[in-house]
Design a protein around this ligand. Sequence first.
Ligand code: FAD
Length: 408
Amino acid sequence: MGDFTLDLNDDQRSVRAWIHGFAADVMRPAAAEWDEREETPWPIIQEAAKIGLYSLDFYAQQFFDPTGLGIPMTMEELFWGDAGIALSIVGTGLAAVGVLANGTEEQIGTWVPQMYGDAADVKVASFCSSEPDAGSDVGAMRTRAVYDGAKDEWVLNGTKTWATNGGIANIHVVVAVVDPELGTRGHASFIVPPGTPGLSQGQKFKKHGIRASHTAEVVLADVRVPGHCLLGGKDKLDERLARSRERAATGGERVKNAAMATFEASRPAVGAMAVGTARAAYEYALEYAVGREQFGRPIIDNQGVAFQLTDMRTQIDAARLLVWRASWMATAGRPFTSAEGSMSKLFASETAKKVTAQAIQILGGNGFTREYPVERMHRDSAIYTIFEGTSEIQRLVIARTLSGLPIR
Ligand SMILES: Cc1cc2nc3c(=O)[nH]c(=O)nc-3n(C[C@H](O)[C@H](O)[C@H](O)COP(=O)(O)OP(=O)(O)OC[C@H]3O[C@@H](n4cnc5c(N)ncnc54)[C@H](O)[C@@H]3O)c2cc1C
């Protein structure tokens, strides 16, 4: 593990330039069209797969980058290109991380490659945790997984919602309750392999932003999966449940919830997506403010406009620093003693919403139309303060971490 540095190394700089080229040349020109179509941009994912930008190898390389900056750099560049298309490209990663975090080596080797497919036959994956009555309150989850020992199968029943790639995925990773007495500690994750009977897509949502990514309900009706689809395996699950029951009975120390720890560590990646969208809107607004003339001079010649741009840029740089710090800490195995992961996501996502709104204001009437990209960026930016934990939930996590109190 290297020391923290703000200097990207030569490899990282060339990877960043490569992603930027794809974002500028392939994603940007297609962004408005796929936003209107509100569909998964399969041809663009395929283009990304052809050059290796949509592949297990590429994301594994960035995920295991010892500096911790590979993932934030990749996210920022892709989401600078277009947030909706970028989410369609990186959405599979959330399911892959679910398997990497909880699966055995054999499970990782079997299922993760099937999530991506290959350039000739591209696939996507979906991570299904949220439910209609269990969004922020993950403990209210109702989807049940019951073990059928006679057949060594798990039977899943329930309805998941808001699943990115839900119903169109080759592999679904489903979080379900195996022991309702234990709250979130009684949850486990399952692979639902391609073509499993009983899994179907429910409502597909028409969204405010990131419309080039598919979001839908996933209905599980007596879905039977083989025992080996339980991530981590049954022995490990039984041990974990026994430990949690014992601690619940004796009032002992709480068993750390692995899913929550994974979310905390993955939050900087969402922060980096927000930085990408914010930077895209800021750059567009800056160029516009230099070129647009009113009262015989460029509008940036007014402090009212210039100072907005300076604040936008300052906040974007500050957001990136928080994201990079948290990403480095996560990679270095440093505990988030001040909830630094949540801090980075909170600040970057709120910055993206603010900065994209300012960009609309700087473009005036043009900013309000779909002829210009900043209104799409503003619509897209609204997701960052909602998914992977809302801003309010990030504040709760930070407040509890700082105070040690169970603030509600
Ligand atoms: C486009 C999109 C893609 C998504 N992709 C996925 C995915 O791939 N997989 C997946 O599992 N989920 C996904 N989600 C779900 C997302 O993580 C949830 O929407 C999010 O966690 C919030 O849950 P909720 O929508 O039920 O809102 P709620 O939990 O109902 O919250 C509503 C409001 O109440 C506030 N609130 C709730 N509790 C508290 C509290 N204790 N204190 C203060 N305020 C509170 C919230 O902050 C929010 O403002 C996605 C969502 C969207 C919109």
